[in-house]
Design a protein around this ligand. Structure first.
Ligand code: CTP
Length: 408
């Protein structure tokens, strides 16, 4: 799908001679699918690992190699490429290319372009662990960072040599998250604090048992990413989930409804917007034990107490000091969707509620798509079709942006 922060942006990918070059093809493909105009520069060494045609088949832009250095327009090619790009991403970046750029050498189209670039530059190193740890490489990377170049990775793991260590290129997904951060920095929500809650809280019965709500956290994490895409400062209060933190978000991990309450209340006062996507447990065991409860062959009674309604506490604070300016709640309903969601909107003093019908099998829990209706306190109702959770997040953030600007 097209992703707003990437759509119609211009990214130049530099590919150098590493076995990770094939992963650069995945990165180029992901960017192209998101709507980005991608051009690629390959070094001669990169061409030993992957063909220019691979990239050309994936992108609508052009693939340049050192043979273009001596073409008709060669004298301006590197300047042109450097000036048109909004971002230069060198992935994978070998120790050799890193050394060239750190020392201002310009002996290939890629190193010339890097030297001429005025846009932000991201470098994703990939090399043998020994080469990475070598003081020369470390010094070169520090030099690049001091000059404002963003160095991401490398990750630890199995290397091409068969050994393990730091030297694996960051995965394309992670590089993409960094690209979004850079391209979104000056977005419409720059300077705004957005707090997002995600996932299902867990209430302890004993060390192996718990009560929780069904929630993968995917919608909440997509909201955090969408807010970051617009330049917001994002605090992500997450109940247990295996999802990776979107690059740039400050993540606070919590487990229980009580822990989430504490985290939300402390983040509330500085928040321009609170997006309460978490599925908070409504009940917690009256007592939990440190030891595992043994089965006796009989049934057992579990006494449950209500948890605190976090949004009600937020509303109390908001009445006193006006923060957060915008509060968005979520309503998971199995019947009378709109009617019940409207009741919650009113009862919890929300700016907007995102209502979803949890009986639909193609949307909601665990899957990547959702079908929701956005209902605003002003009475405005917007029913969205079945779309990816990221698209839902963008639609929610469009409304949050309007509400913050007083246009809602
Ligand atoms: N919520 C909350 N604190 C709770 C429970 C829910 O702040 N203890 C928030 C959720 O994060 C969501 C909204 O309230 O944004 C609605 O949650 P939902 O579970 O749909 O509704 P409930 O308030 O639990 O009401 P009911 O169980 O009657 O549907």
């Amino acid at each position: 799908m097209k992703i707003s922060v990437l759509n119609n942006r211009h990214v130049l990918i530099g590919v150098t001679g590493s076995i990770a070059a094939y992963k650069a093809a995945d990165l180029a493909s992901k960017l192209a699918q998101a709507g980005t105009q991608v051009d690629v520069i390959m070094t001669d060494a990169a061409r030993q690992f992957i063909a220019p045609l691979t990239f050309q088949s994936l992108i609508s832009g052009s693939v340049f190699t050192d043979s273009d250095l001596w073409g008709r327009k060669a004298h301006i090619l590197h300047v042109d490429l450097a000036h048109h790009a909004e971002l230069l991403v060198i992935a994978p970046a070998t120790a050799n290319t890193i050394a060239h750029i750190a020392n201002g050498l310009a002996d290939s189209l890629l190193s010339m372009t890097a030297l001429a670039a005025r846009c932000p530059v991201i470098i994703a190193p990939a090399m043998d662990a020994g080469m990475f740890e070598n003081p020369a490489t470390q010094a070169n990377l520090r030099t690049l960072e001091q000059r404002g170049i963003i160095v991401i990775g490398p990750a630890e793991g199995r290397l091409a040599s068969g050994l393990s260590g730091a030297g694996r290129m960051m995965e394309p997904k992670q590089i993409l998250s960094h690209i979004r951060r850079v391209l979104g920095e000056a977005g419409a929500l720059a300077g705004c604090n957005v707090v997002v809650t995600a996932g299902g809280t867990q209430e302890t019965i004993d060390p192996v048992r718990m009560i929780t709500n069904r929630s993968s956290g995917k919608q909440g994490f997509a909201l955090a990413q969408a807010a970051l895409d617009r330049g917001a400062t994002v605090t992500l209060i997450a109940a247990p989930t295996g999802l990776p933190t979107p690059v740039g978000a400050r993540r606070i991990d919590v487990r229980t409804a009580a822990e989430m309450t504490k985290a939300v209340l402390s983040a509330r006062e500085k928040a321009d917007a609170l997006l309460m996507a978490a599925a908070v447990a409504d009940f917690t065991p009256a007592k939990s034990t440190d030891q595992k409860i043994r089965k006796s062959g009989e049934g057992m009674h579990l006494e449950l107490l209500p948890t605190q309604d976090i949004l009600s506490l937020v509303a109390e604070g908001r009445q006193k000091d006006g923060w957060p300016k915008v509060v968005v709640g979520f309503a998971a309903e199995s019947q009378d969707l709109i009617e019940n969601a409207k009741k919650k909107l009113k009862k919890k003093h929300l700016s907007m509620i995102v209502a979803n019908d949890i009986t639909a099998t193609d949307a909601g829990f665990e899957v990547d798509s959702n079908r929701v209706t956005l209902i605003q306190a002003s009475g405005n109702v917007q029913a969205l079709p079945l779309i990816p959770k990221m698209a839902v997040a963008e639609a929610v953030l469009d409304q949050v942006e309007n509400l913050l600007k007083g246009k809602g």
